[in-house]
Write a protein that binds this ligand. Structure first.
Ligand SMILES: [Zn+2]
Length: 364
């Protein structure tokens, strides 16, 4: 690493640390937020079966901004793009810096060559510790190779060099704590309220977050390579649910950094509630006229067995979720102990066929 680069990094860090502590001292209010829809124009991002990352990311980003504006009219929402145009990565963070933004949220869609991989993950700047995160960083950073003059713009950054990664990870350290806090809230909303499979808060060397002088996150909203998730993200309902989760996380974060601990968090408006909450799946492990205590001992060591009477017999089940994929996973685990266990479905506590339940979930 050249000395000049070291000095630049050092001065950047000191600047970031200083600006960060100012925020903590004053009566801090979030005034400006930048919402960045990933990719665009000649850069389609990841490709799904029927859709492109750039289009899904834009649709979700616009909704996030709309929800924030509706609830907080005093907050300035700035988009890096509102149409299908190409924006270089360094310009995205520059927009945030030029506008003294308090927060930078970049919205993306993930992809994998393994079609079954699914779920949401939220990234903050940091060192790629696992291969998975390195892959995401490489894919999200690769766009700079089609930008003009990229070597000049990114100070010789090479998406494939480990040293470049280390340099980048230093930049965001000053805001890491806040970034992780927001990322954690996004993931919590995704899993607990929006019913998405969570892959957690992760760190990667992401160029788009590199030069942000404010807390920043990159949300991977789901896998475009997974047919089910692609379908969900292509639907207005799915986009609204994802955007709603990000909006609520922002709202919680805002209360946290502004010190509004008077429980306003709980009243944050839910724009879209999962409308299929009424559909649940369980794994049935027994059905009998005999009333058996649902203890671990009576059920081959299985924990949390539930017993219910349906008017004729007692039904013994484990698990309860509206995620069909999850219940199938549970079913295969349970079958190692109870080979004839199978998935059953309910709508508003009334038993319906699994096929009907799946159909209803897929309607939108
Ligand atoms: Zn992307």
């Amino acid at each position: 690493m050249r000395l000049i680069i070291k000095l630049i990094i050092l001065s950047q860090i000191i600047f970031l640390l200083l600006s960060n502590s100012v925020i903590a001292q004053n009566n801090y209010k979030i005034k400006t937020i930048v919402i960045d829809a990933g990719h665009g124009g000649k850069d389609p991002g990841a490709l799904g079966f029927k859709s492109k990352e750039k289009d899904l990311a834009l649709a979700i980003a616009l909704k996030v901004g709309k929800y924030i504006k509706e609830k907080y009219p005093n907050i300035k929402v700035i988009y890096t793009r509102t149409t299908d145009v190409f924006i270089e990565l360094h310009k995205r963070s520059q927009i945030a810096n030029d506008n003294n933004a308090d927060l930078f949220i970049s919205i993306h869609i993930n992809a994998s060559h393994v079609k079954s991989v699914r779920g949401t993950a939220t990234y903050v700047m940091g060192l790629n510790k696992v291969q998975d995160n390195l892959d995401v960083a490489k894919r999200e950073n690769a766009v700079i190779l089609i930008e003009d003059d990229y070597k000049k713009q990114y100070e010789g950054y090479d998406p494939n060099s480990p040293e470049s990664d280390i340099i980048m990870s230093l930049y965001q350290n000053a805001f890491l704590h806040q970034s992780i806090s927001l990322a954690g809230k996004v993931q919590k909303q995704f899993t607990q309220r929006a019913n998405r499979h969570g892959r957690g808060v992760r760190q990667a060397g992401l160029v788009v977050l590199w030069n942000c002088s404010m807390p920043g996150i990159l949300v991977e909203s789901g896998f475009i390579s997974n047919r089910e998730e692609e379908k969900f993200m292509m639907s207005d309902y799915g986009q609204s649910l994802i955007a709603s989760a990000i909006y609520r996380a922002f709202s919680e974060y805002k209360d946290e950094v502004e010190g509004n601990n008077n429980k306003t968090v709980t009243e944050t408006k839910t724009y879209v509630t999962p409308k299929n909450e009424s559909i649940v799946f369980k794994v049935q492990i027994g059905y009998s006229v005999r009333k058996i205590e649902p203890t671990t001992k009576n059920f081959k060591g299985l924990k949390n067995v539930k017993r219910e009477h349906d008017g004729t017999k007692y039904r013994y089940t484990v698990g309860k979720t509206s995620d069909y994929q999850k219940i199938l996973e549970l079913q295969s685990t349970i079958r190692k102990i109870v080979p004839d266990a199978y998935v059953i479905a309910f709508k508003n506590d009334k038993k319906i066929s699994v096929k009907q339940a799946v159909n209803e979930l897929n309607k939108k």
